[in-house]
Design a protein around this ligand. Structure first.
Ligand code: HEM
Length: 465
């Protein structure tokens, strides 16, 4: 007998999917208001999914991590990231891969990227012209793509860099609106009818990207040898170099296809997410003069010789980033968790194969946790601490975002660098709304800004200026 799932939505499945793709937040508002903390929806490929907006039930999921599969619920991402992606793995394979990928994104290693982030940001802000509007999201995308190319792929210049950069931008922009995002959700649209069909174009770009990445990996495996000189041995500090020298417990390195798919996973997981969050932060900072003034005073208080890592520890800057991530979850829900055995969640037993999806959005807007939740108030993060199931912009448990530390470092250093150098203003007074962009949510219109002044040198971190 089919188990009874909580608050099943009665609308036809095809209508649920269309609403979900078009506006996942309205969808959640609509059904959570009617059905409280959790409800069950039907998503084409996955089938029925219990959406959880209750921190206690989400805590039950995170604390029973080993009872759930996640990778097989992410199959929808395979056309983008490839079948050897961490996101699609489960069990021992996932644990092994995470161990291999983790070191470049944590601890001391992050410090080595800090100055690069500042320099890349400077290159982009130097191109802004006084009085000329620009779209914040596009500018932030330039910064985060450059960061991924340099820090992750280890590419800075040359033919391969020149080819990859526009290709990746074009590939990522293929799902830049709710309508174009449908391509990822409706299987019947995924027909490769040659370069004139959207899916055909998507696949064509994917093949080109694969070929370029494979060539890069091949070159690194067999470094160019100059006659009469020993081959270069020392690996670079970029993430690809570190991935290539990493070995698992059995002493095995990562295979070429694995390296390629993980590079694309990092690109898809790390690029849109960070640039979108930065655009939202700039939007809110420039809507609230008080926030702007406090932030500038904090940055200026550091004095001239502060290091990027000192900037990263500023409490108000941290609170601004946290509040941005609270109000604007880049993913409307985190990855689906599929029960491998009967589990108790939120005080109720569920059969094996039940699928759960915690919603960042509904939890981050709970008035009992975040009073005046629709207002941007960084101070709330100075006043109290939230538990991992009350605040989880980066997900939780063993699937927590691999790049959460790098993402936060990037956000803080980019904001500090931009605000220290440029006085900006919103170029448009109209409120900006969230809209779907592929699997993520982004600001509609991308937040138009304009530079009103270049800030003169002030007592602020010299390495940031
Ligand atoms: C503001 C920026 C970012 C946000 C909000 C974000 C958010 C998330 C979320 C919500 C998840 C799902 C976690 C879960 O289901 O529990 C995730 C997974 C992931 N993220 Fe991020 N992310 C960001 C930046 C990055 C960056 C910069 C990287 C890479 C350098 C990255 C790499 C990944 C990877 C590889 C996964 C899959 C982890 C796994 O399956 O084990 N993310 N991220």
């Amino acid at each position: 007998m089919a188990q009874s799932l909580p608050n099943r939505i009665s609308a036809p499945p095809w209508w649920q999917l269309i609403q979900w793709v078009a506006d996942p937040l309205r969808f959640q508002d609509k059904y959570s208001q009617a059905d409280g903390d959790w409800f069950t929806m039907r998503l084409a490929r996955l089938g029925e999914v219990v959406v959880l907006g209750n921190p206690q039930a989400i805590q039950d999921l995170f604390s029973q991590d080993t009872k759930f599969d996640v990778g097989r619920g992410n199959a929808i991402a395979e056309p983008l990231v490839g079948r050897n992606s961490l996101m699609l793995m489960d069990g021992d394979r996932h644990r092994r891969e995470r161990k291999l990928l983790m070191p470049p994104f944590h601890g001391e290693r992050l410090h080595t990227y800090a100055q690069q982030i500042v320099d890349i940001t400077r290159q982009v802000t130097d191109r802004w012209q006084l009085g000329q509007p620009f779209v914040a999201r596009t500018a932030m995308q330039q910064i985060s793509l450059e960061m991924i190319l340099q820090i992750v792929f280890g590419l800075r210049e040359g033919d391969r860099y020149d080819q990859l950069k526009p290709l990746l931008t074009a590939w990522l922009d293929m799902t830049d609106s709710p309508l174009r995002s449908s391509l990822l959700f409706f299987e019947f649209l995924q027909q490769d009818l040659g370069p004139w069909s959207p899916w055909g174009r998507m696949k064509q770009r994917q093949r080109q990207v694969h070929a370029l990445l494979q060539a890069e990996i091949g070159d690194r495996r067999a470094p160019k040898q100059v006659p009469g000189q020993a081959p270069e041995q020392a690996p670079g500090t970029d993430v690809l170099s570190l991935m290539m020298v990493a070995r698992d417990e059995a002493g095995q390195p990562m295979a070429d296809e694995e390296l390629r798919d993980e590079l694309l996973t990092i690109l898809f997981a790390g690029h849109e997410t960070t640039s979108t969050t930065l655009a939202w932060a700039l939007y809110q900072i420039h809507r609230h003069p008080q926030v702007y003034e406090t932030l500038i005073a904090e940055l200026d208080s550091l004095g001239e010789d502060a290091s990027p890592m000192a900037v990263a520890q500023l409490p108000y800057l941290n609170a601004v980033c946290q509040e941005t991530l609270r109000m604007y979850p880049v993913l409307p829900v985190i990855f689906p968790r599929i029960a491998k055995e009967p589990v108790q969640v939120g005080g109720q037993w569920f059969d094996a194969e039940t699928i759960f999806m915690p919603t960042i959005y509904l939890v981050h807007y709970r008035e009992n946790l975040y009073p005046n939740a629709h207002e941007f108030q960084p101070e709330r993060f100075l006043a109290r601490q939230y538990s991992p199931s009350e605040y989880f912009p980066f997900g939780g448990g063993s699937r927590r975002c691999l790049g959460y530390a790098l993402a936060q470092l990037e956000m803080k250093l980019v904001l500090a660098t931009v605000l220290s150098h440029c006085q900006l203003a919103l170029a448009d007074d109209r409120p900006v709304k969230l809209q779907r962009r592929g699997f993520t949510l982004a600001p509609s219109g991308g937040v138009p800004l304009v530079m009103t002044h270049r800030r003169a040198a002030q007592p602020c971190p010299s390495s940031i200026r």
